[in-house]
Design a protein around this ligand. Structure first.
Ligand code: NAD
Length: 418
């Protein structure tokens, strides 16, 4: 089976069929610039020693310092991290921020660790990669299972190594430790702006559109709230334990409170409008709707369910929710996919804003962050839509073309020999 990195590189083959991208640039981008692999010894609370593997992959610095998250997960492996680093280079280029792409992580299930163990593991990992990160080199951020608290520890440990506070070495920190306002809703807000820009172009009002959302976490919940506040009908929502659906619309605010208090969405059933039913995640993905928003996990739309998807449009908030086989089916069926590398880039956009604030020693208001994010995402989305029209291609390939053209141009200008 192809690795995730090979799947990602397969996108380049599709791009060169419709647009000219410099061959040398493509060859260079098919390899990460640097791969750092470290052993992280941890003395557990019971006195035993365990060694964990940690990675930092620096894919491209053609447009600026590497930028990308740190993931703590038992299934983190090098091929996955390489793929995610490549996608970060694409994401920062699509939204045109002066950063490159990187990604990292530790192969660990953080749920097995005490808070003290998690902190020691994070600090040892930071020391192991300290030579390779820095505000002008590579700026990590949170990703799956990593939190503002973990970023605060990375910044603190790095500050001790360089001998002075250096908050700009990571983003996604706690607000009190130099984080940016608006980071918690940034991914949702960015996706909301992309969707609105797209609908405006199509002349379709958001009001009354039927929306189905898989996932109700950091990236999905604020988006569900924004959509329902703008009078779209959120007709199905789910979490890892299943979902709730009502063709006349759910009460998102009540779902949020119930999820917070009781832990699962299904516990909200009794507080939802009459006619609300429990549904499985499989049923949710094939619910008839205007917009289907996978916002939980990768590989959710597959060759098994793509023929049964009854959505008019797909908005990819999760990373990689559509398999290449499913994409082929959906494209043939004329269902446009608004791609992850554009749709969920609001998170890295506000990470960039945090880095800028730390470097200039300022604090922007939530209003200022949201305004700048809206401007940036509207511009990025508009660019992708123009590229799709120009090259007569789908939105994912259009986004890749923009990213690759920008990176190839930066490479050529900086060093014509590459
Ligand atoms: P999260 O952990 O906060 O939320 C994940 C949600 O998915 C939870 O509601 C969980 O219950 C649900 N879920 C888990 N397994 C599921 C399953 N089998 N079926 C249905 N739902 C399931 O994570 P998040 O930060 O919201 O990230 C979600 C996706 O968005 C990921 O692909 C992530 O890479 C992507 N993303 C997030 C951000 C961000 O800023 N949070 C930025 C870019 C991309």
């Amino acid at each position: 089976m192809a690795t995730l990195f090979e799947n990602v590189l397969a996108q380049l083959d599709k791009v060169i069929k419709v647009a000219h991208i410099d061959n040398k640039a493509l060859a260079i981008l098919s390899h990460p610039e640097r791969v750092v692999e470290v052993a992280i010894p941890l003395i557990r609370d019971d006195g035993s020693l365990e060694i964990f593997r940690g990675y930092r992959v620096q894919h491209s610095s053609a447009r600026g310092p590497y930028k990308g998250g740190l993931r703590y997960h038992s299934q983190v492996d090098l091929e996955e991290v390489k793929a995610l680093a490549f996608l970060m280079s694409m994401k920062t280029a699509v939204i045109d921020i002066p950063l490159g792409g990187g990604k990292g992580g530790i192969m660990v299930d953080p749920k097995i660790l005490s808070r003290g163990e998690l902190e020691r593991l994070t600090r040892t990992f930071t020391r192991a990669i300290a030579d390779f990160i820095g505000p002008n080199k590579d700026i990590p951020a949170p990703d799956v299972n990593t939190t503002p608290q973990i970023m605060d520890w990375v910044a603190d440990e790095y500050g001790k190594i360089v001998g002075h506070p250096e908050p700009a070495v990571v983003t996604g920190k706690s607000i009190e430790a130099g984080g940016s306002l608006g980071r918690d809703t940034a991914t949702s807000r960015g996706a909301f702006v992309v969707l609105n820009t797209y609908l405006k172009k199509q002349g379709i009002p958001l009001r009354g559109l039927r929306i189905v959302i898989q996932g109700f976490g950091n990236a999905a919940e604020p988006l569900a709230t924004m959509l329902s506040q703008e009078s779209a009908l959120v007709i199905a929502l789910s979490d890892s334990r299943g979902g709730i659906a009502n063709p006349k619309g759910l009460d998102v605010a009540k779902a949020k409170v119930d999820k917070e208090n009781k832990g699962t969405l299904s516990e909200s059933l009794s507080n939802q409008p009459k006619g609300t039913k429990i549904i499985s995640n499989d049923e949710l993905l094939i619910t008839e709707c205007d917009i289907l928003i996978p916002a939980a996990l990768e590989n959710q739309l597959t060759k098994e369910n793509a023929l049964n998807v009854k959505a008019k449009y797909i908005l990819e908030v999760a990373n990689g929710p559509t398999t290449p086989e499913a994409e082929e089916i959906l494209v043939k069926r004329g269902i446009p996919i608004l791609p992850d590398i554009l749709v969920n880039a609001g998170g890295v956009a506000v990470s960039y804003f945090e880095w800028v604030q730390n470097r200039e020693g300022s604090h922007w208001s939530a209003y200022e962050v949201d305004r700048k994010l809206k401007e940036l995402m509207e511009r990025a989305a508009g660019g992708v839509f123009v590229s799709a029209d120009k090259y007569k291609t789908d939105l994912r390939i259009a986004a890749f073309i923009i990213a690759l053209e920008r990176i190839a141009k930066a490479m050529a200008l900086r060093n014509p020999d590459t």
